[in-house]
Design a binder for this molecule. Structure first.
Ligand code: NAD
Length: 350
């Protein structure tokens, strides 16, 4: 019989493992795996994710492979879900062995997506933001927000947060969760108030529209050399930044073929100048070159980030109690006799 063991990390395992390890420590660990994978970017099989769009949201599959392992994530994005008690984003993901095609690892990825998105933001900020950045403006204090704050603390030492959300309850929830973590938090009265004096601005709002969460005039009140981490615009027709902002700074992206469809740069012509983040991380392109340079990470979330996060969790839970094995792949003794499994079962049933 061949080895068909599939390790499975369910929601309770993920929650307990994350609580035991600490969110900031896990984000820092994923950053290490992300940097490894971004440095070997050319070896990945890459394609824009495959989305099935409806009026209210999208369901997407995000595949990639490094030739040895293959991964995919199933993820949805439904901005109006919270109004009916559901989350905007949920996910699960799989790692497989390319040599046999058999899956080896399967995990919940709703929590893991928040961790990996924070890790990707942290990695980008580590390479693009001013190293003396201490104040983060967070626009949108929903699901991703606390993870984003911790990611920026782990990358840059951010200690001061200026938050804004159109939903006052989301801001109250944020303060409840983040104040005990030791942040100095200013609850702003508008997006303009939130970004005033900020060294880093993260937009993580959810609305299926071309929004202008940040307008170009707001750049004037941000700290010189601000780094903008725009993660909420990640679908056709769903953006957060005034297009004029994109011409005032240098724009960095994950995978241009996907970002021109889904990111802030969907508002720009296809020859709009961008730099691929992997090139900065592998020292093939420059990131920040001056203290007053505005840097913009137009993040949409790419499959290689999920691949890195899946590998990280798979390796980190090895030898712990935080996974189980599941019987996912039918495994007949004779690989050509799948039917025999059924006839054998019928005999047992009789
Ligand atoms: P969420 O629904 O939990 O939170 C979004 C928050 O944005 C809500 O609290 C909402 O009130 C607020 N908001 C909406 N419009 C606003 C506005 N005009 N001004 C201020 N606040 C506003 O969603 P989430 O899970 O935190 O995700 C946030 C966004 O990030 C989503 O659009 C999601 O698709 C995206 N996302 C991107 C990545 C990535 O890799 N780039 C990963 C995960 C999620």
């Amino acid at each position: 019989m061949s080895n068909t063991t599939v390790r499975f990390v369910d929601v309770q395992h993920m929650i307990r493992w994350t609580a035991e390890q600490g969110v900031e420590q896990i984000i820092a660990g994923i950053v290490g795996y992300l940097e490894d994978d971004f440095r070997r970017w050319p070896c990945f099989d890459k394609t824009p994710r495959v989305g099935s769009h409806s009026d209210v949201g999208v369901i997407e599959l995000m595949p990639t492979s490094d030739g040895v392992e293959y991964s995919f994530k199933y993820v949805n994005g439904h901005p109006s879900n919270p109004q009916s008690g559901f989350q905007t984003v949920t996910a699960f993901g799989v790692l497989s062995n390319v040599a046999t095609g058999y899956p080896t690892f399967w995990t919940e990825m709703t929590l893991l997506t928040a961790l990996r998105t924070a890790a990707t933001s942290a990695m980008a900020a580590k390479h693009l933001a001013r190293s003396d950045a201490r104040t983060l403006a967070l626009i949108g204090t929903g699901t991703q927000s606390e993870f984003q704050a911790l990611g920026m603390r782990s990358a840059l030492g951010i200690d001061t947060l200026r938050i804004w959300d159109t939903d006052p309850q989301a801001m109250e929830k944020f303060v409840r969760n983040a104040a005990p973590l030791g942040f100095d938090i200013h609850v702003a009265s508008s997006a303009l108030d939130a970004v005033t004096g900020a060294d880093v601005v993260t937009t993580c709002t959810a609305d299926k529209t071309n929004a202008t969460i940040l307008t170009a005039d707001m750049l004037d009140v941000m700290a010189p050399g601000v780094h903008i981490n725009a993660i909420g615009g990640d679908c056709p027709g769903k953006t957060e930044l005034d297009a004029a902002i994109l011409t005032r700074g240098d724009v960095f992206v994950e995978f241009p073929e996907q970002t021109f469809i889904e990111g802030e740069i969907q508002q720009m012509p296809r020859d709009f100048p961008i730099t691929e983040l992997w090139e900065v991380i592998s020292d093939r392109a420059t990131g920040r070159t001056a203290a007053d340079q505005i840097t913009i990470f137009d993040s949409v979330g790419f499959a290689v980030e999920d691949f890195a996060a899946l590998r990280y969790v798979r390796d980190a839970v090895e030898g712990t109690e935080f996974y189980e094995t599941v019987d996912l792949i039918a495994d007949p003794d004779d690989p050509k006799n799948l039917f025999g499994l059924v006839t054998d079962a019928a005999l047992v049933a009789v």
